[in-house]
Ligand binder design. Structure first.
Ligand code: 4AD
Ligand code: MG
Length: 464
């Protein structure tokens, strides 16, 4: 008999019966009677299980007893047509090897229907559930689709640093990086900490965004994108905020704000389309289990033209809505998620790209409008999520940019290199940042951002 190589469950389910196969995976359930045992086996390659049928007479009783939910096994047998409903083929087992047992008294994933909250406490095991298998496969597919989208368009993937000395968003939400002894740091004469003695010879932090370095890339390579982890020490315990999240940031020379909006809209639609075309098994599962309108919503977004309106128009709609908001609205306020969702879900019933925000609620780098009050920023607002993308056309005039930096009292010293892009060969350019986990909230229909990343980092939580 020739060597049989392992076939993944996803591929087994497509094979024609009548051949010898080898499957390896984790037992989801075992049931049966005195004569026969049915084992549902999953190896993570698909949401679907392969059914293994073992005639009790052909196996040692002790072996069968050790095959319990969570155990890892290798099964050799014949792929046969399945008589039971629910699957087209199954494995008639000839031999079963047990790689690892899972004690039924202590394995936490015994029964179905654990709450998502409970599963967060066992994040090291939750990838073994159907739900997290589906979410993590979709997460992978979306990461792949993002690289494919930009590669097809000729964008260059630029790796921007994770440790940085500048605060791109200017919000002061940085995690410090230091090797100084926090119990006894070197001091300056004025009592401040002497960062000259720190590892990098200056104060450094984890990046909140790769944009500033991304702009340097765009001013040389034309069109770039970053896709990496970003960090925000923002104390928001909400279903939409993480302290460590992944962001995709395209940055393009010669794009004005309209071009930027066109790209953002096309980008998101193409990702959703990719999910519909490549992740249907997993989407169907999530649709049935958590959100009966998920697939319909995804299909509708692909077909819908996003609304485009200015902040000023948006505020007017909110003021005239007659709605009682927790946070009152008025020109100049930063929109809260309740306002964004009112516009998207109730007023327009489709995604909205909002532009031209008051300069005081946006970052220093955004292109200033003629009115002296607003900047050419754009946020893409989505149903159930609120802000999914933030971006802008960038201020390309050195003079105006420096004036804004002074106005905000920011340090020039850590930004000199950035200002060089405006000193030498400056050009109109634009970009945006898509929060990867916010995209995944939308595509999977999950309600909490902690459930679309394998190991969430949030205030007071960095386990695993
Ligand atoms: O709007 P933000 O802060 O924009 C920037 O960082 C720009 N530098 C992007 C650019 O123009 N290149 O963040 C961009 C997106 C948000 O729209 C949101 O989707 C996501 O990043 N985001 C978060 N996602 C999860 N947890 C958080 N704490 C997030 N903060 C922002
Ligand atoms: Mg933003």
């Amino acid at each position: 008999m020739g060597k049989v190589i392992r076939t993944k469950v996803k591929d087994l389910l497509k094979l024609t019966p009548g051949q010898e196969v080898l499957a390896k995976g984790w037992v989801r359930t075992k049931r049966g009677n005195k004569n026969v045992a049915f084992i549902a086996l999953n190896d993570g390659s698909t949401i679907n299980n392969i059914q293994v049928v073992a005639d009790v007479a052909g196996f040692d009783e002790e072996t069968l007893k050790r095959i319990t939910t969570g155990a890892c096994i290798a099964v050799r047998g014949d792929l046969v047509e399945s008589l039971g409903g629910g699957q087209s083929v199954e494995i008639q087992a000839r031999s079963i090897e047990i790689y690892g047992e899972a004690d039924p008294n202590t394995y936490p994933l015994q029964k179905k229907g654990h709450t998502l909250e409970f599963l967060r406490t066992i994040a090291h095991l939750r990838p073994r559930t159907n739900t997290f298998g589906a979410v993590l496969r979709i997460r992978h597919a979306m990461a792949f689709a993002i690289h494919k989208y930009f590669n097809d368009k000729g964008f260059v993937y630029l790796h921007t640093p994770i440790i940085t000395a500048s605060d791109c968003e200017g919000a002061g939400e940085m995690f410090q990086v230091t090797t100084l002894d926090l119990n006894n740091p070197p001091r300056l004469e004025n009592g401040g900490i002497d960062y000259a003695q720190d590892f990098f010879g200056r104060q450094t932090s984890l990046t909140v965004s790769g944009q500033l370095e991304g702009e340097l890339g765009a001013m040389a390579l034309g069109e770039i994108y970053t896709f990496g982890p970003t960090f925000r020490a923002e104390n928001s315990n909400t279903p939409r905020h993480l302290a460590e999240f992944w962001m995709i940031e395209p940055e393009m020379a010669f794009y004005e704000i309209e071009d930027n909006m066109d790209l953002a809209e096309d980008f998101i639609k193409s990702l959703v389309r990719y999910a519909l075309e490549n992740c249907m098994d997993d989407l169907k599962f999530l649709n049935d289990m958590f959100d009966k309108e998920l697939i319909a919503r995804l299909e509708s977004v692909v077909k819908t033209e996003f609304v485009r309106l200015t902040y000023t128009e948006g505020i007017r709609i909110l003021e005239n809505s007659g709605e009682k908001f927790e946070f009152p609205v008025g020109w100049g306020v930063d929109l809260q998620s309740e306002h964004e969702r009112y516009l998207v879900e109730k007023h327009f019933g489709r995604p909205v790209i909002m532009t031209d925000y008051p300069k005081d609620i946006k970052a220093f780098y955004m292109k200033q409008n003629e009115d002296g009050k607003t900047v050419r920023g754009m946020d893409v607002l989505f149903p159930k999520i609120g802000e999914i993308i933030g971006g802008s056309e960038r201020e390309s005039s050195l003079e105006k940019l420096e004036a804004r930096i002074n106005e905000l009292g920011m340090s020039h010293e850590t930004l000199e290199w950035y200002l060089d892009t405006r000193r030498f060969g400056s050009a109109p350019h634009s970009g945006f940042g898509l929060g990867f986990e916010r995209l995944l909230l939308f595509v999977t229909g999950m309600g909490n951002i902690r459930d679309v990343i394998p190991f969430p980092r949030t205030p007071k939580n960095a386990e695993f």
